[in-house]
Design a binder for this molecule. Structure first.
Ligand SMILES: Cc1cc2nc3c(=O)[nH]c(=O)nc-3n(C[C@H](O)[C@H](O)[C@H](O)COP(=O)(O)O)c2cc1C
Length: 358
C-alpha cells in the first residue's frame, strides 16, 4: 500500500538498489508554483555525505521532474519526481535472505513475500524510499508557503543528549539547518555528533527524537474521526522507516497530569483566540486549534550494526552469529529531520484541501 492522502495524494515507488526512487503526486492545485530548486534543497538535506554521521553510500540525489510541472507551475496532471540510484553495491545483502538481520524487515518480508521481495539494500524497506516522501512534501510546502504555513523539524534528542529548551521558530530554523544533526542548540549539536561518533566507533548505533512544529494552520483543519490531524499525521509518521513513537503536545506526559494542568486556557491576543499553553499540540477533537501543531517522533537506533549479533538460518533452523556488512547510517535521525518536516507538509496540505482551506 504505497499511497497516502485523499486530495493531495502521494505515492512512492522504487527500491534501494533498483534504478531509482521517487514520488507520484496527484491533486496539486493547478498553477501552484513548484520550484525544482526548493525540492533539491530538501533532498540535499536528506542525502548522505555528512562524514561519519551518515552512510558512506555516495548518492547525490539529483531531482528529475518527469511530469506535471511546466515552466515552474503545476499543470494539474500527475507530478512524477525521482532520483536515480547511482552508488549501488548489493554484495552484502544476499546472506540476509537466509539469515535475517535482527531489527530489520528481512524476516517478516521473507515470510510475506515468500522470499521473492527485492532484498538488495533493504529494497522497499530502505530509508532511501524517503527521498520520495521529501519530493512530495517539498512540493506541498511550496503550496502551503502561499498560505503562510511554515514547518520546522529539529532534533531534540540523540542517545543520552537531549535539549528541553524552546528556541523561537525562526532562530531554531536557522541554527538547526546549519548543523549536520539538525539541532537548534549549537552546543547540544556538538554533543549529539559525539554521541553518534562514539556509537559508530563501538560498531553500534543510536536512536533519537525529532520534534516538528507547524505554524500558520488555521483553526478547524482536520477530518474526524479517522482523518483527524493526529490520525493522519501519525499514519504518515509511522510510515517512515525506523519510527517507533509519535506524541502530540505533552503526549505521554498527559497520563501523569491533572486536567487543571493539561487544559490550555483560552485568551485573546491581538484580536485572535489563542491558548496560553499548548499541551494539546495545537489539536483538539482531531481539529487544529490555530495554535502551532507540535509533535515528536521517536526513531529507534539503526538496526544494521557492525558488531556480531545472534540470528538464525531460517532453512536449517539453527543459530548463526551474524556480522552485518554493507553501508549504514549509525543514526537515522540527522537524515530523518527533513523527512519528518516535508512529510508533515503533505499531510497538512491534504487536510487543508479536504476542508476547503487551500
Ligand atoms: C533516512 C533513513 C535512513 C535509514 N538508514 C538505515 C540504514 O542505513 N540501515 C538500516 O538498517 N536501517 C536504516 N533505516 C531504517 C530502516 O529502513 C528500518 O529500520 C527498516 O526498514 C525496518 O523498519 P522499522 O524500523 O520501521 O520496523 C533508515 C531509515 C531512514 C528514515
Amino acid at each position: 500500500m504505497n499511497e497516502f492522502g485523499t486530495k493531495y495524494r502521494v505515492g512512492i515507488f522504487g527500491s534501494s538498489h533498483g534504478p531509482c526512487v521517487g514520488a507520484k503526486v496527484d491533486g496539486c492545485p493547478p498553477g501552484s508554483k513548484v520550484s525544482e530548486d526548493v525540492i533539491q534543497v530538501e533532498l540535499d538535506r536528506r542525502s548522505p555525505g555528512k562524514g561519519v554521521l551518515t552512510t558512506p553510500r555516495a548518492e547525490r540525489d539529483r531531482l528529475e521532474l518527469i511530469s506535471g510541472v511546466v515552466d515552474g507551475r503545476a499543470t494539474g496532471a500527475t507530478i512524477v519526481g525521482l532520483v536515480k540510484n547511482k552508488d549501488v553495491d548489493s554484495s552484502a545483502y544476499d546472506s540476509f535472505r537466509r539469515v535475517p538481520r535482527p531489527g530489520h524487515a528481512d524476516y517478516p518480508a521473507m515470510v510475506k513475500y515468500k522470499g521473492l521481495h527485492d532484498h538488495r539494500g533493504g529494497g522497499q524497506f530502505s530509508g532511501r524510499m524517503t527521498a520520495g516522501l521529501v519530493i512530495a512534501g517539498a512540493i506541498a510546502r511550496q503550496v502551503l508557503d502561499k498560505k503562510d504555513v511554515r514547518l520546522l523539524a529539529q532534533t531534540i534528542q540523540i542517545g543520552s543528549v537531549r535539549i528541553e529548551k524552546d528556541v523561537p521558530f525562526s532562530i531554531a530554523e536557522k541554527i538547526a539547518r546549519a548543523n549536520p544533526v539538525g539541532c537548534a542548540d549549537r552546543d547540544a549539536a556538538e554533543r549529539m555528533k559525539d554521541e553518534i561518533v562514539r556509537a559508530h566507533e563501538d560498531k553500534d548505533s543510536v536512536g533519537g527524537i525529532v520534534r516538528c512544529t507547524v505554524l500558520g494552520v488555521p483553526a478547524g483543519v482536520g477530518e474526524p474521526f479517522f482523518g483527524s490531524v493526529e490520525s493522519a499525521m501519525s499514519a504518515m509518521m509511522f510510515s517512515i522507516p525506523g519510527v517507533k513513537g509519535v506524541e502530540f503536545g505533552s503526549g505521554f506526559r498527559a497520563g501523569s497530569m491533572r486536567g487543571s494542568e493539561h487544559n490550555d486556557p483560552y485568551a485573546v491576543r491581538n484580536g485572535k483566540i489563542v491558548t496560553k499553553t499548548n499541551n494539546a499540540g495545537g489539536i483538539l477533537g482531531g481539529l487544529s486549534t490555530g495554535m502551532p501543531i507540535d509533535f515528536k517522533v521517536a526513531f529507534k537506533p539503526t538496526s544494521s550494526i557492525a558488531r556480531p549479533q545472534m540470528s538464525v538460518d531460517v532453512v536449517k533452523k539453527s543459530p548463526v552469529e551474524l556480522e552485518v556488512k554493507g553501508r549504514h547510517d549509525p543514526c537515522i535521525v540527522p537524515r530523518a529531520v527533513p523527512v519528518v518536516e516535508n512529510s508533515a507538509a503533505s499531510v497538512i496540505l491534504d487536510l487543508m484541501l479536504q476542508g476547503g482551506f487551500a
